[in-house]
Design a protein around this ligand. Structure first.
Ligand code: RM4
Ligand code: MN
Ligand code: MN
Length: 431
């Protein structure tokens, strides 16, 4: 017998009646509620924590982008910063947790940053992380901050300092640094010398950081360089950050690791060192493809949040100041909807991590109950949190289904019609 079907001891025929239909959402939310209540946690408490959660979206995720083989044009895709901000405002409108937008310079080059700040403000947005491009100019053929030519290094440092100035005007407190620097062949350059140049360049940048502005150092194990990459892993980024000072931290791009890497463990180590600056969320199956975060491996994303929530519960200060950012370039999917879905996936992983019974987990761990501990995580991960997230949105006066709300708004059709005349490029190479 199905466990949810009550057994009847009587042999009397069951009178024909309409079956009591319990809406799935009601059933699951009451199950969550019961489970939380047993631990003295309320739905209101979880929702209050969720209301503080913010995810930053990237300007470059709204423009045309693609692979090195082809950039497919999406009708109405944003082709300048104002359009990207207008699209980001749609994501904020339906999710309520995305009030800031990361920018890439010079993809998002503008003359009047004060005006950009005001325009963003009118849309209910602010500018978030400023990302300097150090890979598109011809002079960067052999690198930027690690280049053997001091003049090139100097130029790259100056570009980052320009970005620091932009950040100050737009009111951003994050500079997010990713380098394409590396070599393609053994012997092409001296690896230790490159490291010394990197440190020297980073020191010049760090010296220009105003108080309160953080420098996030991103790593990626390969691409575009194929023999050596100057910032290939979290350990190298952490070493650099530690040499620079407390305003330098590590940025974890979830798509930038070799297959099989345990990202949750990296996150745990960085939290413990107090140097987890932020995330670039995306997913990938093979190499870095900037797929929708959580689309390929939602359990990995959950495990990452489990480390953060666990550290936060123990008073780890770093857990409370992490910049959660999406870094995706949408190729074949509708860009705004893909961004909304990404935000939902991040939110889902986070709320599931909030549902982990930490006391039970700790007890199982200390008792050597391997399976019991795993089952505590599994119980949270397998919880259908959609009703909880719907409840959160409804309490904020939003539609419970952000993708459906966006589709119903008619925005995509409107911009596809209005923006067709645009000839400007989004800034993405090839677009
Ligand atoms: C890299 C990395 C950086 C992004 C560049 C353009 O793969 O993820 O964050 O800014 O792409
Ligand atoms: Mn990234
Ligand atoms: Mn990337």
């Amino acid at each position: 017998m199905h466990p949810l079907v009550e057994s009847s001891s009587s042999n009397k025929p069951i009178p024909a009646q309409k079956p009591a239909i319990v809406r799935q959402g009601e059933y699951v939310s009451s199950e969550i509620e019961n489970r939380l209540q047993a631990r003295g946690v309320t739905i209101d408490g979880v929702i209050a924590v969720m209301q503080q959660f913010r995810v930053e979206t990237p300007s470059w995720g709204y423009g045309d982008s693609g692979t090195r083989f082809k950039v497919f044009h999406w009708p109405g895709a944003a082709s300048n910063l104002r359009e990207k901000l207008a699209d980001a405002a749609q994501v904020q409108q339906v999710t309520g947790i995305c009030p800031s937008v990361a920018i890439h310079i010079p993809w998002d080059r503008e003359d009047d940053w004060q005006a950009v700040k005001e325009y963003a403000g009118q849309l209910g947005l602010q500018i978030g992380a400023v990302n300097p491009n150090l890979f598109q100019d011809d002079v960067y053929r052999f690198g930027s901050l690690c280049h053997f030519d001091k003049a090139v290094r100097q130029r790259a440092v100056e570009h980052v300092i320009d970005c620091i100035h932009i950040a100050q005007v737009v009111g951003s407190d994050v500079i997010s640094l990713w380098l394409a620097d590396g070599t393609n062949y053994p012997g092409q350059d001296d690896l230790r010398r490159r490291r010394h140049r990197l440190l020297e360049s980073l020191r010049a940048i760090y010296a220009a950081l105003p108080a309160g502005v953080r420098l996030l150092i991103e790593y990626k194990f390969f691409e575009p360089a194929f023999y050596s990459t100057d910032l290939p892993d979290w350990g190298t980024s952490l070493l650099m950050a530690q040499k620079l000072g407390p305003q330098a931290e590590v940025l974890v791009d979830t798509g930038h690791h070799p297959q099989g890497t345990n990202i949750a463990q990296i996150v745990a180590q960085l939290l413990d060192e107090g140097r987890l600056g932020g995330f670039h969320f995306n997913d990938r199956r093979y190499a870095d493809d900037d797929l929708i975060v959580g689309s390929q491996n939602p359990f990995e994303l959950f495990c990452i949040f489990n480390e953060i929530v666990g550290a936060g519960a123990e008073g780890n200060a770093n857990a409370g100041r992490i910049a959660y950012m999406i870094d995706q370039s949408h190729n074949i999917e509708p860009k705004i909807e893909a961004m909304i879905q990404s935000v939902i996936n991040v939110q889902t992983a986070y709320v599931k991590a909030l549902l982990v019974d930490r006391t039970a987990l700790h007890e199982a761990q200390e008792a050597g109950d391997v399976l019991g501990a795993y089952r505590v995580l599994q119980a949270a991960f397998e919880t259908d949190v959609r009703p909880l997230l719907s409840e959160l949105r409804v309490r904020q006066g939003r539609d419970p289904d952000p993708v459906a709300a966006f589709r119903a708004s008619g925005y995509a059709e409107r911009v596809a019609h209005e923006r067709t005349a645009s000839t400007m490029s989004s800034g993405y190479p090839g677009a």
